[in-house]
Design a protein. Sequence first.
Length: 89
Amino acid sequence: MVFLLYGLAAWYILIAGMLFRTWLSYIERDRRQMSASQRWLSGAMLLVSTSLWIFSLPLTYLELLKKQPQRNIQQDDHPLEELDLAAKE
């Protein structure tokens, strides 16, 4: 049981480190255009979102899904049908 908890903690910290590095690169790219208060707020947001990534990441993903237009996939538009037709020839 202890190994499971250590494994989960290590996984959480590993993902948090990867997200911190990715999100920091986005902030660094826009840092020159920010005021001092905006830099402070982005740093605080970076720390909060990294430590609470297990909640913030799924919520952000759901927001992205809402913004994308819905695609209606019909039977006629199935990409594998082209492969089947090419294999039959």
